[in-house]
Design a protein around this ligand. Structure first.
Ligand code: SAJ
Length: 426
């Protein structure tokens, strides 16, 4: 089986490598020359558990090769980004570009699968574009009609940090333009997926993916809203959540400095954009989560201003624990805002960065390690729950003034917590 994977990013590269391991011959296509060179030398350009070993193995065996140029194949998997524009309108340019690239080599019998998170109707747009570019091929239309190619939507659902495990173990939702398309795509996923593979329509599969991430966003927004309410009442939100979750039908997520990453902070907008008059809850959740970041900046600023001249350690820049991904990171936004306001007083601790990102250029902020922070900084703002921060024992921080946005230090003496400063913010 010959497979082409378009897009060698966080999803495309692991997917290409896993498919290559099944014995298929995989060509990874990416527009970025340096990515292609890195993969062809058996190395990886992204940090993901066990990915380096897998990629070097399949490249060495000749099962995976990368190129900027497409070649004919039996199955085409599209895993390119779908960002949004300033007005939150989804931008499917890269998906349509990928489809145009495929059209040049498409032949009867081929299967095209879109994995990128996409607004409802995108798979049909891919179909329409292919019909236009390749009038010699019959694209799928109504169920039961003959078609030369199969087109399906199968969203990726993997969690960064567990991608290689979840690619295989998670259930997959496979939406065909027609039932026949879904069955064709199903045969492909059965090669490497151990989880259940459930078939449906392309539109239902597209909406399912958006629904999953919007569900998580709404639930995190609830936790974030609670955290602000609890602060104003002088109650420990972490304790309240722990206690409420002892109820058999309550399962509250964790508050934090906001929601980051390129999925949960983005995808709910695709639903809002498609049905603006019917999504007050989903829209509000987005605003609550983004508002939490501003709230943390205000809380931290009040703390910092109450102790003029004291150095401040911002712990973490990543969008979540134990990864090196800073995309849409609320931690980075908070640290950057504080660095812009308080300059060289601000020290950043981020074990997953070898230097400070460009966002800190000219601010005077510096990158230090956790031990230096413990020695030098009386104020600590916990922004990411990396294990290395979690494991700092209370003796090393009991004299610090701490704003713990992740609740990783429940034993921090109450006098050294942020609640007082909140009153300053009002
Ligand atoms: N977060 C909280 N509190 C929580 C859980 C998460 O504040 O209780 C924050 C995290 O710190 C982070 C953000 O939310 O900033 C998102 O983290 P995440 O772990 O919830 O999700 P992602 O973005 O890493 O991956 C999500 C997953 N979707 C769901 O769990 C529904 C993953 O399965 C998807 O494949 C991925 O989005 C994607 O690519 O769409």
């Amino acid at each position: 089986l010959n497979v082409v994977v378009l897009g060698l990013g966080y999803i495309g590269l692991p997917t290409a490598a896993v498919i290559a391991r099944t014995g298929a011959k995989v060509l990874g296509v990416d527009v970025t020359e340096s990515v292609v060179e890195t993969v062809n030398s058996g190395r990886v350009h992204i940090e993901e558990v066990d990915l380096d070993g897998l990629v070097s193995g399949v490249v060495a065996r000749g099962a995976l090769r990368a190129s900027t140029q497409i070649a004919p194949a039996d199955v085409f998997v599209i895993a390119v980004p779908t960002p949004f524009a300033a007005d939150h309108a989804p931008d499917i340019t890269y998906v349509l570009q990928a489809a145009t690239t495929i059209a040049a080599v498409l032949k009867a019998g081929d299967t095209i699968i879109l994995e990128s998170t996409s607004p409802v109707g995108t798979t049909e747009r891919v179909r329409d574009l292919l019909a236009q570019l390749r009038p010699d091929l019959r694209v799928p239309g109504r169920a039961g009609e003959a078609a030369d190619v199969a087109i399906a939507y199968c969203p990726e659902r993997v969690l960064p940090g567990r991608i290689l495990v979840e690619l295989i173990d998670n259930d997959r939702v496979i939406g065909g333009i027609t039932p026949r398309c879904a069955r064709k795509a199903l045969t492909f996923y059965r090669r490497f997926v151990r989880g259940a593979c459930v078939t449906t329509t392309a539109r239902a599969a597209e909406m399912t993916k958006l629904t999953e991430n919007a569900f998580r966003d709404v639930n995190i927004a609830f936790a974030n809203e609670l955290s602000v309410v609890a602060d104003t009442m002088g109650v420990d939100v972490w304790e309240v959540i722990r206690l409420a979750n002892r109820h058999p039908r309550v399962n509250i997520l964790q508050p934090g400095p906001g929601v980051g990453g390129h999925c949960i902070a983005v995808d709910p907008w695709f639903l809002v954009h498609a049905a603006p008059d019917h999504t007050p809850l989903i829209r509000t959740a987005r605003l609550v989560n983004d508002g939490k970041t501003d709230h943390v900046i205000a809380q931290a600023s009040a703390m910092i201003e109450a102790r003029p001249d004291a150095p401040v350690a911002c712990l973490g820049l990543a969008f979540k624990a134990n990864i090196d991904d800073f995309r849409e990171s609320p931690a980075l936004k908070v640290a950057q805002a504080l660095a812009q306001r308080y300059g060289e007083r601000v020290r950043i601790v981020e074990p997953y960065a070898s230097s400070l990102p460009a966002a800190f250029d000219g601010t005077g902020a510096t990158l230090i390690d956790i031990d230096t922070a413990i020695e030098a900084c009386p104020i600590m703002i916990v922004l990411v729950d990396h294990d290395v921060f979690r494991s700092v024992p209370v003796e090393e921080r009991s004299d610090k003034l701490v704003l713990d946005t992740r609740g990783i230090w429940p034993d921090q003496p109450a006098a050294a917590r942020q609640t007082e400063s909140l009153r300053l913010v009002g």
